[in-house]
Ligand binder design. Structure first.
Ligand SMILES: *[C@@H]1O[C@H](CO)[C@@H](O)[C@H](O)[C@H]1NC(C)=O
Ligand SMILES: *[C@@H]1O[C@H](CO)[C@@H](O)[C@H](O)[C@H]1NC(C)=O
Length: 595
């Protein structure tokens, strides 16, 4: 019985079945979507209204296009210092529903374009002044197309003269806080940067928050809505949450780089290490002397004088001899290729002998070997410890105990560049009260999540219902589960006589499946048993016997198999003589072509 052929047939039956069933399901799916009662999946949604407007500085749900058009301004700026054609902020923004699982009536702001600078911003309803109330910023992001490289952070802009300057929003526009996700390659970030003004000379510097403890990979790849919340308290404590879970927290005074406050003292730049400062903890003992019997010249290895030539060693035979069966190729051009010489082969006379050619006794470790003498190390009596420059008061020192008191925030905006399109933003809120922000999330983000869970459930239910109505689907499930079972059976039931060739064969078949390479038709008019025999010997055997090839071609052939064969035979065979290629194959004798 030829199992391979059966398996092949089985696989092709499976594939044709899959195609048929998949077609069926496509049709069924379309049909069921039409009869589906939308009320069973719907989460009722109303654009949120902040519970206490007095605590709100900004709240935007993007559900009202005319309101959006009045409030938000697209940047017309050009980025400085780069070439004209890519400098423009011409990224495309749109207000539209999310691509998947959108609530009815819910829209967001979407960055449609990729690989373009894009900026958009809006004035706050009232400026946020950092005094005695906390600042809470929250918004949603869906990376609908994942994220290769790019940001989805927002900026809280400061120092704005008027609404007109929003049209010129660019990367250097002054901001107080930058917050949100940013990723490039395997660098997954969640920025929290604030700007701090030096009280001595008024220069402004970015302070970057330490990295979150949590792994952030998922938020960039799962294409689900995520909620980002930043809270800063007037006592400088801060907290960063994703989807309500704290992922980073600390203090503006302690957890930022560079630190808000410079060190009180610094190394004196004018202090130099004295000439005689000895930093060596240990030194060679100056009193130690080399023992008289210490012979530094004794070699590490010597010839084993007790060794004798093994019985049967053939000193008069060469290890390699010219192949007596080799013939000069017909197309050999002595002008071009040089004088033809037959390739060398292992001397058959040596295969039985322990060795051929001149015998040399082996080397052994020299018991007299001492190596170079070195004095032992002792504690250095003059050791003064590691030198460090003297400390002096830092001339730039200041102490700002209230870095919370940043520049007032006048506007909020996105200033982005992304290699992935369709970044969806929604439900931005800036407030000074945690309860108001939490209530806003209940009306927005939490409903989105409910909708996703329900849509997911109904998909599974729909599949179950479909299977009840169309039991042909069971065939699909059985077939899908059947493939690995068939393979296991196939491996276990085969005769175990030639395991290596079988492995080889299986590997080849798996490779073909993987690469969808055309499978050559192996069925010929040969009796079954003989057929199997030949298959297992493999094509390598075939090539050797039926189509003799020149040794040049053989060299470039599949090296793996050659090496395996060669490995066992050549275990006690020595290296080919110098000048021959040592590729583990039968040494080549063709001379290099003259240039
Ligand atoms: C202000 O001082 C800091 C060091 O404390 C320095 O790095 C910065 O360059 C100074 N800025 C100006 C405008 O002098
Ligand atoms: C959908 O439901 C399945 C099974 O209940 C669950 O494993 C999966 O995580 C759910 N997916 C989402 C996006 O909620």
């Amino acid at each position: 019985m030829n199992l391979k052929i059966i398996l092949l047939l089985y696989v092709s039956v499976i594939i044709s079945n899959l195609v048929v069933v998949a077609d069926d399901i496509d049709d069924l799916d379309e049909a069921t979507v039409e009869v589906e009662d939308p009320e069973t999946v719907d989460i009722p949604y109303k654009s949120p209204i902040p519970t206490d407007p007095s605590k709100i500085y900004f709240a935007e749900h993007f559900d009202n296009p005319s309101h959006f058009a009045k409030k938000w301004i697209k940047s017309q700026a050009k980025k400085e210092g780069i070439s004209e054609d890519i400098a423009k902020y011409d990224g495309e923004w749109n207000v539209e529903p999310a691509q998947r699982d959108a609530l009815i009536g819910d829209s967001g702001l979407v960055l449609k374009s990729k690989a373009k600078h894009a900026a958009i911003s809006s004035l706050l309803d009232k400026p946020f002044v950092f005094k005695d109330k906390p600042l809470i910023v929250q918004y949603e992001v869906i990376l609908q197309d994942g994220q290769d490289c790019g940001g989805a952070y927002l900026k809280l802009l400061s120092n704005l003269e008027d609404k007109k300057s929003l049209a010129n929003f660019h990367d250097k526009s002054p901001y107080s806080i930058m917050f949100g996700p940013d990723k490039c390659g395997s660098d997954h970030k969640l920025h929290f940067i604030f700007k701090h003004k030096n009280p001595l000379n008024g220069s402004v510097e970015e302070k970057h928050c330490k990295k979150p403890q949590e792994r952030l990979e998922d938020i960039y790849s799962d294409k689900l809505p995520h909620l980002y919340t930043l809270t800063i308290q007037p006592d400088n404590r801060f907290e960063v949450r994703i989807d309500g879970n704290v992922v980073n927290s600390g203090s503006l005074l302690e957890d930022f780089e560079p630190p808000v406050n410079p060190p009180k003292e610094i190394d004196d730049p004018n202090d130099k290490k004295p000439e005689d400062w000895d930093e060596r903890e240990k030194i060679p003992d100056p009193e130690a002397v080399k023992p008289d019997d210490w012979d530094e010249s004794a070699p590490a290895q010597i010839i084993d004088e007790s060794a004798t030539i093994p019985d049967g060693w053939l000193e008069d035979e060469e290890k390699f001899i010219p192949d007596p069966n080799a013939k000069k190729p017909d197309d050999w051009d002595t002008e071009m290729d040089g004088e033809w010489e037959p390739p060398l082969i292992e001397n058959p006379a040596c295969t039985e002998a322990p060795g051929c050619g001149k015998w040399e006794p082996p080397l052994i470790d020299n018991p007299e070997y001492r190596g170079k003498w070195r004095a032992p190390l002792i504690d250095n009596p003059n050791y003064k410890g590691k030198w460090r420059p003297r400390k002096i008061p830092n001339p730039d020192f200041y102490e700002d105990k209230e870095p919370f008191k940043m520049q007032s925030i006048a506007a909020v905006g996105f200033e982005l560049w992304s290699m992935s399109k369709d970044i969806y933003f929604d439900n931005i809120i800036i407030a000074d009260d945690a309860g108001v922000v939490e209530a806003w999330a209940q009306e927005t983000y939490q409903k989105k999540k409910m909708k996703i869970v329900k849509d997911n459930e109904s998909l599974i239910q729909r599949l179950a219902k479909l299977t009840n109505e169309y039991p042909i689907l069971w065939l699909l499930y059985i077939i899908v589960c059947g493939i690995p079972v068939a393979f296991v059976l196939y491996c276990c039931c085969r005769p175990t006589s030639k395991p290596n060739q079988e492995q080889e064969e299986l590997k080849r078949m798996a490779e073909k499946k993987k690469t969808d390479e055309a499978t050559p038709d192996t069925v010929e008019d040969v009796p079954e048993e003989q057929q199997e025999e030949e298959d297992e010997k493999g094509s390598e055997e075939d090539k050797k016997s039926k189509h003799p090839i020149r040794d040049e071609e053989k060299d470039s052939g599949s090296e793996d198999e050659d090496e395996d064969d060669e490995g066992e035979e050549s275990a006690n065979v020595e290296q080919p003589p110098p000048g021959q290629s040592g590729e583990g194959d039968i040494p080549r004798k063709r001379k290099p072509r003259k240039e």
